[in-house]
Design a protein around this ligand. Structure first.
Ligand SMILES: Cc1cc2nc3c(=O)[nH]c(=O)nc-3n(C[C@H](O)[C@H](O)[C@H](O)COP(=O)(O)O)c2cc1C
Length: 308
């Protein structure tokens, strides 16, 4: 018998638990022809803001040992262009579309964006990006919403009141205690948690003594952060009852499975898409194979099955 790979995040049902992470898959049409997009569990779009953003100056990415530092700075065309040009294309693929939203500092922006998306049947869920480390105000990196439990609670609660769509809150690893933030998001009505966003990092060119990205520091992703991400999923899993979408350095089936065993209900693949655009589809297939080999009838049985 074929194993069940259907998972639920609130009322959102996914036929398989492998999605692509925000900001690493564009609006999906960029990847058509490179992989079978219909085989994805869901597509999470690049984060959208109310107004278009040009993003940060270049260079904005650099490769490090087993990782990538980026400081894209939420470049996006803004909600109007997204709704007119991008959403029709991505929703025509036929897999659930999770729209990631962020605010440039104004809390009202989150609720306004959520309200607009709430009315659209093409939008399967909303991901609240309160954890982007690459947006600066007056040249300074302020405190992120996801670095403050009270601000997380307030923001999630306000967005919760603005939409009935499944709501996923994306958390930052750049905190002392991610469990506290996760609990605040759950208490405020989030249907799921996505973790982790990138880990703050920096790299220096020793010949020029310049930082290797223009904004000096940025967000580290890729295999280098996976042990941090798996540990955070495990810690959060033991303290919340809403589903977790695990991510951070997933490169193949085995690394995706680590997250399920640590407590994730679903996973997102990010940086690996830049190396192999078909990797997420391969991982979805690989998970089915693993379940068959291990005689596990349902992916949901694997969740949190860590043998300690
Ligand atoms: C180039 C790049 C751009 C990203 N842009 C976003 C974004 O717009 N919104 C967001 O929530 N996360 C963004 N992320 C973070 C990823 O979605 C993901 O949380 C993180 O990279 C960890 O997963 P990974 O190691 O598999 O890449 C971005 C990551 C990269 C590498």
């Amino acid at each position: 018998m074929l194993p069940n790979t259907t998972v639920k995040i609130g009322s959102l049902k996914l036929k398989n638990p492998v999605m692509v992470a925000s900001g690493t898959f564009g609006y999906a049409s960029e990847f058509s022809g490179l992989c079978n997009l219909t085989k994805l569990g869901a597509i999470v779009t690049k984060t959208i803001t109310s107004k278009p953003r040009q993003g940060n100056p270049c260079p904005r990415t650099c490769e490090t040992a087993s990782g990538l530092i980026n400081s894209i700075g939420l470049e996006n065309p803004g909600i109007d262009v997204f709704l007119a040009d991008k959403l029709p294309q991505v929703s025509s693929i036929g897999v659930p579309v999770i729209v990631s939203i962020a605010s440039e500092g104004d809390p009202e922006e989150f609720t306004a964006l959520a309200r607009r998306l709430d009315a659209l049947s093409e939008v399967s869920a909303i991901e609240l990006n309160i954890s982007c480390p690459n947006v600066r105000k007056d040249g300074k990196r302020g405190r992120l919403i996801s670095q403050d439990a009270e601000a997380t609670f307030r923001t999630v609660k306000a967005v919760r009141a603005a939409t009935t769509k499944p709501l996923i809150t994306k958390l930052s690893p750049n905190v002392t205690d991610i469990v506290e933030i996760a609990c605040a998001a759950e208490k405020a009505g989030s249907d799921g948690l996505a973790l982790i966003n990138t880990l703050l990092g920096m790299s220096v060119d020793v010949l020029t003594r310049k930082p290797r990205i223009a904004m000096v520091s940025g967000g580290l992703s890729g295999p280098a952060i996976r042990p941090v991400a798996v540990r955070m999923v495990w810690d959060v899993y033991q303290n919340v009852s809403i589903p977790i979408i695990g991510m951070g350095g997933i490169m193949d089936t085995a690394s995706a499975l680590e997250f399920f065993i640590a407590g994730a209900s679903a996973v997102s693949v990010g940086t690996a898409n830049f190396i192999d655009p078909g990797v997420s589809v391969d991982i979805a297939e690989g998970i089915k194979k693993y379940l068959r080999q291990q005689k596990i009838a349902d992916i949901n049985e694997l969740r949190g099955s860590l043998r300690v």
